[in-house]
Design a protein around this ligand. Structure first.
Ligand code: SF4
Length: 336
């Protein structure tokens, strides 16, 4: 039986941090064993909120390729490609934009949230509002059955499903698969200060950080604020470093650390040294593979180029079906 297809992408907006690694990439690496996975570098999506800062886009794309391969994505098991090299994304986005009511876009929660939160950029653009329409095109071009999602992305996926239904309804056809969300258990990693780990909060540990920088950042992770002196007992549930321990320390040691914290049997400095050991043990192999791929950039880009060729065949076929269903396959008038 043919494997079910998964589609997912990541914006090329900058360095990958441990939150991205645990939240998306490690999950993708697992999924490639079971599904026919298409993963794309969403470089056009990166423009939706960073349209003025395009200078790093190509470097970011290369960095993304290196990170994905270092994390364990394997071109023999999944298809990795670049969105902007497949113009069918833009064409289907345009066609979908013709049938998508504006209020559907305005009610997407992440649109409203980001408009309120982001003060330093003007996001009153069609590109930002129409982001979910481009996303609908990305997903449906590949006839994806599933899209790995977190709870906050469900409204986007629902919008894709609504656009698909509307398209089928208007043009009396059945061209696209209606994608479903694939919820996966991914460990939650906060930022160094306890907020969400994010580049914009300056609270992230990056895969590209040197060991010294990482060690320094780990040393500065926020701890239980009530534990002022070494002799004060602590509460691990109020400590950000302990949230990191939950992800990076093995379960037996984790229980011991919790007990030692509560009884003031361990100081925060030593506790964080143990944490650093756990983090380096888990991400060390990925950092080593990053060095490997950094010295083989051409090979990394070739993998994405070949993946793009393969993906484009699927995208072309789907777009041709959509244009035929809409009776706008004008090209056919000029062919043989
Ligand atoms: S001992 Fe560890 S868990 Fe307890 S407050 Fe300090 S850093 Fe946090």
């Amino acid at each position: 039986m043919a494997k079910k297809r998964i589609l997912s992408g990541m914006q090329t907006t900058g360095a990958l941090h441990l939150g991205n690694l645990l939240g998306a990439l490690n999950n993708w690496v697992r999924l490639q064993e079971e599904y026919d996975c298409y993963y794309f570098a969403a470089d056009w999506h990166a423009l939706s909120s960073n349209y003025e800062e395009t200078g790093h886009l190509k470097d970011n794309l290369l960095d993304l390729a290196i990170n994905w391969l270092a994390a364990g994505l394997d071109p023999n098991k999944c298809t990795m490609f670049v969105q902007s090299l497949i113009p069918e994304h833009a064409v289907l986005h345009l066609l979908f934009s013709m049938i998508t009511p504006v209020p559907w876009l305005e009610r997407v929660p992440s649109y409203k949230e980001k408009m309120e939160q982001v003060q330093n950029r003007d996001l009153h653009t069609y590109g930002f509002l129409g982001y979910p329409v481009l996303q609908a095109a990305d997903i449906t071009l590949y006839q994806a059955n599933f899209v790995p999602v977190g709870i906050d992305q469900l409204p986007h996926l629902e919008l894709t499903r609504e656009i698909v239904r509307r398209f089928h309804d208007i043009y009396k056809c059945k061209v696209f698969a209606e994608p479903e969300g694939l919820m996966s258990e991914v460990p939650k990693l906060p930022g160094l200060d306890g907020r969400k780990m994010s580049k914009s909060y300056n609270n992230a540990i990056y895969l590209s950080d040197s060991k010294e920088v990482m060690t320094d950042k780990i040393r500065n992770i926020v701890t239980d604020p009530a534990r002022v002196r070494r002799t004060d007992p602590g509460d691990p549930d109020k400590c950000v470093a302990y949230s990191f321990h939950k992800v990076f320390t093995n379960p037996e040691d984790l229980g011991q650390i919790g007990n030692d914290c509560r009884s003031a049997g361990i100081g925060c400095v030593d506790c964080k040294k143990k944490l650093a050991t756990g983090i380096f043990a888990k991400i060390g192999p990925i950092v080593e593979r990053r060095d490997y791929w950094k010295s083989r950039q051409k090979e990394a880009l070739d993998i994405f180029y070949n993946g793009t060729q393969k993906a484009r065949v699927v995208a072309r076929d789907t777009l041709a079906q959509a244009e035929a269903a809409m009776k706008i396959d004008v090209k056919s008038m000029f062919e043989g």
